[in-house]
Design a protein around this ligand. Structure first.
Ligand code: F6P
Ligand code: MG
Length: 441
């Protein structure tokens, strides 16, 4: 097996991982507890006293979790039976087997950051499913919806832009079409700034006009492989036989504004015939505050359809039709909410790996996907992306991510060090973005 560097972890005092485990994750837990409190009367109205008791139970389980975290208690196995419980507990055992500390117990600050952060969201889910009849409740739903509502103006601007573009799309020459493709890719990239886990669930909506900001944001794209995406898809279009397909897969990240940018891009892919099918992968459980579930996906399309603007509702109606016609296919798989790095997919979720192999191109949205693609490890900045993927090559892939964790590979020699010297928070602030491609050139 190839030698890989150590995982990022909270052991490194002062690192972003450390600060996340020490401050950001407990804040998120506190917000979740508040949210449950605020819904008490709703639970009462829906389920009577049983609902109130369930809310109390969920809150006490979550308070216990917060205490375990803040006092760096050992990570304990999951108890509630769910589809993925055994896989999680096996993974915990595996983590413990890697430790050489005397008690052999995984702890919050001493285990890989990726593992403990995923575990925290999985434990939130456990607290909820252990508390029927409120076991359906998505503790992050409210903030995801708010993010969408607060981004209304930008959503309207994007939908209008897309509809105008579609009207004349057949008259565009190759270069014009490529320019439009690049624009929508960049919008999808900057849409990833709006994730709610970085802000603890606040102030992450899109209020500025992202379309008009693209030129100003260009200098912040550290790696730009958009040309490869264009060559790949325009080539598929040219060489495609009648009735054959070009499949683009989008491994989704956040709901709300970011999801709108992804759907706009997906719409363009169909309208421009750069793809004939778009497949989306979402999360089966509420995840990292703002990640998209099937409920969020359907809810958002519905909202756009009933939007108070002609072009917005046209987009929503088209999107619904794409889903009905099977041109857009939504999938979920428990693997996306497991703690494993993606190079483990062929062993842990061979069915999913086999599905991904059918893609002509896979777009991985967001920071967490990048962490999982690269194993959340302390790679040198200049290590090639292909190497950091550590054998994960199901199909040509591209990551579209704003940087929010201390990990970045594939930079020019010296580039990372230079950024570090001038701007120590360059890789955690979400200010920079990348399009990083791996596949045939
Ligand atoms: O909390 C840490 C983190 O994983 C960061 O890496 C990032 O800020 C966020 O959560 C998730 O970001 P994204 O929604 O872009 O995957
Ligand atoms: Mg996210």
């Amino acid at each position: 097996m190839a030698v890989v560097p150590a995982s990022l972890s909270g052991q490194d005092v002062g690192s972003f991982a450390y600060l996340t485990i020490k401050d950001r994750i407990p804040q998120i837990l506190t917000k979740v507890i508040d949210t449950l409190h605020r819904h008490k009367s709703e639970f009462f109205e829906k389920h009577g006293e049983e609902g109130v008791e369930a809310e109390k139970k969920a809150i006490s389980l979550l308070s216990k979790l917060r205490n375990e975290l803040q006092t760096d208690k050992p990570i304990i196995p999951l108890v509630e039976k769910f589809v993925d419980t055994d896989i999680w507990n096996q993974y915990l055992e595996y983590q413990q087997s890697l430790l050489n500390e005397s008690d052999g117990k995984s702890r919050w600050f001493y285990s890989p950051w990726l593992f403990v952060e995923c575990y925290m969201y999985r434990r939130i889910h456990e607290a909820i499913i252990q508390s029927p009849p409120i076991d359906y409740f998505d503790v992050f739903k409210e903030s995801k919806e708010q993010n969408f509502y607060e981004s209304q103006e930008s959503v309207i601007a994007l939908c209008t832009h897309l509809q105008q573009l579609i009207k004349t799309i057949e008259d565009l020459n190759e270069n014009q079409l490529k320019d439009e493709f690049f624009k929508l890719l960049q919008i999808s990239l900057w849409g990833n700034k709006c994730d709610l886990s970085l802000s603890g669930g606040e102030n992450s909506s899109q209020k500025t006009d992202v379309l008009n900001s693209l030129e100003d944001l260009k200098p912040f794209i550290l790696l730009n492989d958009m040309e490869h995406l264009w060559s790949l898809l325009s080539n598929c279009k040219k060489t495609r036989e009648k009735a054959s397909v070009t499949r683009v897969y989008i491994v989704l990240d956040n709901s709300g504004f970011e999801l709108v940018t992804d759907l706009i891009l997906a719409n363009f892919l169909l309208s421009s015939e750069l793809a004939t099918e778009v497949h989306f992968y979402g999360k089966t459980i509420p995840w990292f505050v703002s990640d998209t579930t099937i409920h969020d996906f359907n809810w958002l399309i519905e909202q756009v359809k009933h939007g108070n603007h002609k072009w917005m509702s046209k987009c929503g109606a088209d999107w619904e039709e794409y889903v009905e016609m099977g041109k857009w296919v939504y999938h979920d798989h428990i693997f996306w909410t497991l703690p494993h790095e993606y190079c483990a997919m062929p062993q842990v979720a061979p069915d999913l790996y086999a599905e991904l192999q059918k893609a002509h191109l896979i777009l991985f949205k967001g920071d967490l996907n990048y962490r999982k693609l690269t194993g959340d490890r302390k790679w040198e900045f200049s290590v090639p992306f292909h190497q950091a993927l550590n054998g994960f090559h199901p199909a040509p892939l591209c990551t579209i991510r704003t940087l929010k964790a201390e990990i970045q590979v594939g930079l020019k020699p010296g580039q990372g060090e230079q950024l570090m010297a001038s701007e120590p928070c360059w890789w955690t602030s979400g200010k920079y973005g990348i399009f990083q491609y791996d596949g045939p050139l």
